[in-house]
Design a protein around this ligand. Structure first.
Ligand code: SAH
Ligand code: ZN
Ligand code: ZN
Ligand code: ZN
Ligand code: ZN
Length: 489
């Protein structure tokens, strides 16, 4: 999932799927031919602020990747005209924000590094960088790791620290158990190539084979985290932004991806992605459709009905949002666990259960979930479900989404969470301590009734847009403050 997970704690129900009240949405340019301006993360996206169901008239461009102004403060009104001087300054800024080493330099350094004797292979923890002997001087005072083995080089996700507190990366690494389950499942399903989009730990798991053996599954990692470019050659890593389908190393990198997808006429390949969900679902869906199109180009005509197999790993309360863009997707009951998050470890350890699931277009009856981890096969649904997920005869399906036993409400004509009761005033099932009177206590940002502002999946984008808009308005009235604005809407 990869997001500030504290923002997803126990939302009671299914995310921001339906109603449109207040927030920020992706918008279409007034002039479709107008290219989006660039920030250091590639083409920006056009957004529109929505308040109480109404779009504000003025649209604006903002960074596609960063949900925090501290990481990228790009802002431009759609109709704003910039002077030559400001365009040049922006160009220079974009250059300055590129990684210190080019892709080619990284590869050259990697090849030199693996030639070094073990005793000379050092890694600087402070700079998150593999060092060559010529670099040692500069890093003298830093925290260094020595004797970096080939095994360590093959597991960079354990050498690098996860960029978890950065809203931009929101790096949440799979727990060993989930990672092995996923890699095993891909092998069982017979995939020979895996396009890993934002899944560095799965990428390395796939490439690891028994010592001395070569893994017979190929993997290509697309990720925005520059640090990974130190550990992989051109054919196994591209620095990529999944919110705007931008390859940071241009055409050559795009061709690596295309070749990978189209190999063997597109047979045997799957895309697996675990995006930060602080971002919006729509730009991700647009990107994935572009990757699907790239794969399709390599298909012969008679395969036109076939779909690119996909695993999209995301919290269960985005189900309706994801299925809106990809109607052939199903949500599996499997709970994906993470290493560096204390709350969402496996339910059986007495901790909170993970809300993260796998969405896929592979028929669920082909996917075997481990019985030893608490899953069983439902012969009526023809799929594996959580042990506690009981088949409801009225709904004719195993209805629980969160792994707990849900109960059927005859008034609502559907199954609901165990903590809910039917309220005759509201005429629906809801939490017992809700207030029927007054304004509906939905989410302030997206209007959904099942979570609060603090749990809203769109909170990051909303805050950023708000700040940007306010700052812009302030600039106009010539009262630029030095302190950051409060982000209360
Ligand atoms: N569970 C996965 C990691 C998911 S964390 C695993 O263990 O392999 C999300 C990943 O997406 C991180 O690796 C992060 O660097 C990457 N990421 C974040 N924003 C991105 C963007 N805009 N484009 C591409 N990758 C991004
Ligand atoms: Zn940016
Ligand atoms: Zn250093
Ligand atoms: Zn039911
Ligand atoms: Zn009810």
């Amino acid at each position: 999932m990869a997001a500030p997970m504290d923002s997803v704690e126990s939302p009671e129900g299914e995310g921001s799927a339906g109603r449109r009240a207040s927030g920020v949405e992706l918008s279409v340019p007034s002039d479709p031919a107008a290219p989006a301006p660039l920030c250091p993360h590639g083409p920006t996206l056009l957004f529109v602020k929505v308040s109480q169901g109404k779009e504000e008239t003025r649209k604006f461009y903002a960074c596609s990747a960063c949900r925090d102004r501290k990481d990228c403060n790009f802002f431009q009104w759609e109709d704003e005209k910039l002077s030559e001087a400001r365009l040049a300054a922006r160009e220079a800024h974009n250059q300055r924000w590129q990684p210190p080493l080019s892709r080619a330099q990284c590869i050259e350094r990697y090849l030199s590094f693996i030639q070094l004797p073990l005793t000379q292979r050092k890694f600087c923890r402070s700079c998150q960088q593999l060092l060559l002997p010529v670099d040692w001087g500069e890093h003298g005072e830093h925290q260094l790791l020595s004797d970096i083995s080939i095994t360590q080089l093959r597991r960079p996700s354990q050498l690098l620290y996860p960029l978890e507190n950065k809203k931009t990366h929101a790096q949440y690494l799979f727990a060993e158990r989930s990672c092995q389950f996923l890699a095993g499942l891909l092998a069982t399903l017979g995939f020979r190539r895996v396009l890993c989009v934002g899944t560095p730990r799965l990428h390395e798991q796939i490439r690891l084979a028994a010592p001395g053996e070569k893994s017979n599954t190929k993997s290509l990692l697309l990720d925005i985290d520059f640090r990974y470019s130190q550990f992989y050659l051109e054919d196994s890593f591209c620095r990529y932004n999944m919110f705007n389908h931008h390859f940071f190393d241009g055409k050559a990198a795009l061709e690596v991806c295309r070749t990978f997808l189209q190999e063997e006429e597109g047979e045997g390949v799957i895309m697996v992605t675990d995006p930060p969900f602080g971002g919006l679902v729509e730009p991700l869906a647009i990107t994935f459709k572009k990757l699907i199109a790239m794969w399709k180009e390599g298909q012969s005509q008679d395969d036109s009905q076939k779909e690119l197999p996909i695993f999209w790993i995301f919290p269960y309360f985005f189900e309706s949002r994801i299925c809106h863009f990809f109607p052939s997707f199903h949500m599996l009951d499997y709970q994906v666990d993470y290493d560096n998050h204390t709350l969402y470890k496996h339910g059986k350890t007495g901790r909170k259960q993970s809300p993260v699931r796998i969405f896929t277009n592979i028929p669920p009856n082909k996917i075997i979930l481990p019985t030893e981890e608490g899953y069983r096969f439902c012969s009526l649904c023809q799929r594996y479900v959580s042990l506690e997920n009981q088949h409801c005869m009225h709904c004719n399906s195993c209805t629980s989404k969160d792994g707990r036993k849900w109960s059927h409400c005859f008034l609502c004509k559907k199954c609901v969470k165990p903590s809910w009761i039917h309220c005759s005033t509201c005429n629906r099932c809801t939490l017992p301590d809700h207030s029927c009177a007054g304004p509906r206590d939905g989410c302030f940002i997206c209007g959904a009734l099942d979570h609060k502002r603090s749990n809203c999946p769109n909170i990051g984008t909303f805050k950023r847009a708000n700040k940007a808009v306010r700052r812009q308005k302030q600039r106009k009235s010539n009262k630029i403050k030095t302190k950051p604005l409060k982000d209360n809407p």
